[in-house]
Design a protein around this ligand. Sequence first.
Ligand code: AMP
Length: 189
Amino acid sequence: MRLVLLGPPGAGKGTQASIMCRDYGIAHISTGEMLREAVASGSELGMKVKATLDTGDLVADAIVLEIIKERISRPDCHPGFLLDGFPRTVAQAEGLRALLGDLRKPLTKVVALAVPEDVILQRIALRGAGAGSDRTDDSVEVAAHRLRVYREQTAPLVAYYRSTGDLAEVNGDGSVEGVCDRIKRALVA
Ligand code: AMP
């Protein structure tokens, strides 16, 4: 099974991704996590992307595509994988399509988590109130900027994947278990 999980920041993608990867025995690939690890390790890549991560803007398409290409060639991806936070632009989606086409391993489904904007804004405010993580891009201002970046650059992917016939839209507003259930049902529909 080869999946993409799409959704705005604060939609609960990371949580759902972890559950699905555990239950389906597939690799969890989070470009955000990989980029944060690169920054923490002080690698050349990390130094190149640190400022971008801190502002909440997107890292260049060519960089993330290269990361994905290397990552999905690893053996733990043979049973399948779930892409969490990638693609984030139409150019990345097209790059992914070409890459998977070459490997003759097309996507099984793209799950888009739909969460009302007021719920997202409420979660962002909560994070800012100290309930969040140790992510350096977690301040309210940066989170609001990330939401804007999502709207402008990533939200068009919903229409993109609708047009390719890969899209499954799932209501992402509810309990972790409830949303997880809906995702699983959408995958067999
Ligand atoms: P995330 O953990 O998915 O929210 O990603 C954290 C940050 O990493 C984002 O705000 C971007 O700066 C960067 N990032 C992660 N994935 C991508 C991607 N697919 N394309 C560009 N930048 C990304």
